[in-house]
Design a protein around this ligand. Structure first.
Ligand SMILES: Cc1cc2nc3c(=O)[nH]c(=O)nc-3n(C[C@H](O)[C@H](O)[C@H](O)COP(=O)(O)O)c2cc1C
Length: 171
């Protein structure tokens, strides 16, 4: 299995999570790319991809992802399997919780990707999120909240990575 993790981070939280995900899958099988320093086109080298993105400024995309936002639409994701991690703050920004993850998901689905790594919406307190499924019953990826629920991150991440490993293998 060869996995590419692409992430952007402003204050380091998403970067720390991306390193943990790489440790889970193993450095031999999983490569890490900060989108600030690496061309997004490199994701063409991987059939399995994990995109990690925090939400900033009331429902906006993190600044490094914003720089390459239009490039996402140039990439053909057909035949690729993609999973998402979204960082956010559910109490401070309850109306926009992990919105950027949902926005990135919608672009990548439109470019033909198959999506894995759905996650239950229980255990979070928020008002609205663009990262919910159309029926609102689950998140389209894994929301992590280092501001308000940091103590749950390790368990959530381990369970989600285990799930995604199985889903990648059977995709
Ligand atoms: C000014 C500011 C605006 C934010 N806006 C949102 C938001 O709209 N939605 C959300 O879920 N989280 C929001 N957050 C929380 C960040 O997404 C969270 O702190 C995240 O862990 C930052 O990730 P990073 O360190 O990788 O940049 C905001 C945080 C700050 C400081």
């Amino acid at each position: 299995m060869s996995i590419g993790i692409f992430y952007g981070t402003t204050t380091g939280n998403t970067g720390d999570i991306a390193v943990k995900v790489q440790e889970f899958f193993g450095t031999d099988d999983c490569a890490l790319f900060d989108v600030k320093d690496n061309a997004l086109s490199q994701c063409s080298d991987y059939d399995q991809l994990i995109f990690a993105i925090p939400t900033w400024d009331y429902g906006e995309v993190q600044e490094d992802w914003l720089e390459i936002w239009d490039e996402v639409d140039q990439i053909d994701f057909s035949g690729k399997t993609v999973a998402f991690i979204g960082l956010g703050d559910q109490y401070g920004y309850a109306e926009w919780f992990v919105d950027a993850m949902g926005m990135l998901h919608d672009k990548i689905v439109a470019r033909g990707a198959g999506i894995v790594g759905h996650w239950p919406n229980q255990g979070y307190e928020f008002d609205e999120s663009k990262a919910l499924s159309k029926d609102g019953k689950y998140f389209i990826g894994l929301p992590l909240d280092e501001d308000c629920q940091r103590e749950q991150t390790e368990d959530r991440l381990t369970e989600w990575c285990s799930q995604v490993m199985v889903e990648f293998a059977s995709a």
